[in-house]
Ligand binder design. Structure first.
Ligand SMILES: NC(=O)c1ccc[n+]([C@@H]2O[C@H](COP(=O)([O-])OP(=O)(O)OC[C@H]3O[C@@H](n4cnc5c(N)ncnc54)[C@H](O)[C@@H]3O)[C@@H](O)[C@H]2O)c1
Length: 254
């Protein structure tokens, strides 16, 4: 990842930053100068990424959070401001799914998938926007999914939640634009992370078929998704709001 200081003096919260795409975005933000709050359900994973950043000369704070718990999310935002003085960037990335046919799902799965993949983003925005309004500026990126744009078999609830965050982001973009806040989504396609390995298990044949149908012929890397998100939270994207950018090798083109 490049190191050009474009986030010097900025404070960023990245949820789900202990692994995969979140980790790549946290490392990228830190290498470009940001103070990064590494917020993850797993304390160990969060601490490992924070240590990695500090060892490379960057600035990071590890905090554990369940994004489904709005009170804990508010505490993370408060901690970020207490430690680094202000809050400029939110990358709301934490996500989770369990792949199964819709009719095999039950209410407890609906609740957990929606709590993390939709309500979690709402909680993160609700906790951070007041700090950005206070600072007079802010950049928010929600990590959605192409599942939320075109649907994904075996991921009906997840697709609904991801579609929900895309619609939510547009309304939030409209409401906060005059406060100097940009709100956008990145919609990854298949990306080589532990989550992909988990959802692929037992579905290898289907995955092989999907990968063969990707125009660019391969899954993406966490760093490729991170680059798109970091562009959207940089000053290069000051005139971009309410948009969804797919990073998917051309699998869907919308
Ligand atoms: N990997 C893919 O193919 C793919 C495709 C489309 C979208 N996405 C989205 O990208 C984002 C990152 O996924 P990834 O592939 O890097 O996954 P990952 O499983 O590698 O990492 C997700 C991280 O989020 C954390 N997390 C999970 N639930 C949490 C919660 N309730 N509160 C706080 N942290 C929580 C996990 O502990 C983990 O460290 C997710 O929103 C996912 O839905 C991934």
């Amino acid at each position: 990842m490049s190191s050009n200081g474009r986030f010097q003096g900025k404070t960023a919260i990245v949820t789900g930053a202990g692994s995969g795409v979140g980790r790549a975005m946290a490392l990228g933000l830190a290498s470009d100068g940001a103070n990064v709050v590494i917020a993850d359900l797993s304390t160990e994973r969060a601490e490992n990424v924070a240590k990695e950043i500090v060892a490379a000369g960057g600035s990071a704070l590890a905090v554990d959070v369940d994004v489904a718990d709005a009170a804990r999310v508010r505490a993370v935002a408060a901690k970020a401001v207490e430690k680094f003085g202000k809050l400029d960037i939110l990358i709301s990335n934490a996500g989770w799914d369990k792949v199964m046919p819709f009719l095999d799902t039950d209410e407890s799965l609906w609740d957990r998938v929606i709590d993390i993949n939709l309500r979690g983003h709402i909680a993160c925005a609700h906790a951070t926007v007041p700090h950005m309004i206070e600072a007079g500026a802010g950049k928010i990126v929600f990590i959605a999914s192409d599942a939320g744009r075109v649907g994904s078999s075996g991921e009906a609830i997840y697709s609904g939640a991801k579609g929900g965050v895309i619609a939510f982001s547009k309304a939030l973009a409209r409401e906060t634009a005059r406060k100097g806040i940009n709100v956008n989504c990145v919609a990854p396609g298949l990306t080589d992370t532990p989550m992909l390995a988990e959802v692929s298990e037992g579905n290898e044949k289907l995955m092989g078929a999907i990968i063969r149908s990707i125009p660019l012929g391969r899954v993406g890397t966490p760093e490729e998704v991170a680059k798109a998100a970091l562009f959207l939270v940089s000053s290069d994207a000051d005139y971009i709001t309410g948009q969804t950018l797919s990073v998917n090798g051309g699998l869907s083109m919308i």
